[in-house]
Design a protein around this ligand. Structure first.
Ligand code: MG
Length: 163
């Protein structure tokens, strides 16, 4: 069995009026929010896909089908708890996660530490294991026009000792 497993996840959601903006499980004051079947937290969705990908367990659509009414308006932190339980049941532990958020508006740097500490808490990690970068998309494409927010996650899992 490999010592390490690498995971990568990506997600994008459309920004619309009349929705709350929730990123990394934190509600961020803004005049728009992300559109989606759940709370549309693209950062946690990318994170979940990177964890599932690292273990070759498929993707979040498999566990939380977008057409299942149970997940309408779902709190993505609860979905992350389910994915975390799959990691906990595996022979691997999270070594570190590195998260990127691309948004033209709002500026997300002020929320950097609250997002990092929330994700560390949700995954039972030390904050030093959670990297986070927020950046604009330099005015390019849908993210740059302020029509969407995109998130990227990479994760490294390390085999647990004695397993
Ligand atoms: Mg999503």
């Amino acid at each position: 069995m490999s010592q390490f497993r690498l995971g990568y996840g990506e997600d994008i959601h459309r920004l619309v009026e009349g929705r709350k903006l929730i990123l990394g499980g934190i509600e961020i004051p803004f005049e728009k929010g992300l559109l989606g079947h759940s709370d549309a937290d693209c950062l946690l969705h990318a994170l979940m896909d990177s964890l599932l990908g690292a273990l070759a367990l498929g993707d979040i659509g498999l566990y939380f089908p977008p057409d299942d009414p149970e997940y309408e308006g779902a709190d993505s932190t609860k979905l992350l708890a389910k994915v975390k339980s799959l990691v906990d049941d595996s022979n691997y532990a999270i070594s570190n996660v590195d998260l990127l958020l691309f948004a033209e508006q709002p500026k997300l740097k002020p929320y950097r530490e609250s997002i990092r500490s929330n994700i560390a808490n949700l995954l039972d990690l030390d904050i030093s294991q959670v990297g986070f970068q927020a950046m604009s998309n330099e005015g390019l494409d849908a993210v740059g026009r302020g029509e969407a927010i995109r998130a990227v996650s990479t994760v490294l899992l390390e085999r647990k000792e004695n397993e």
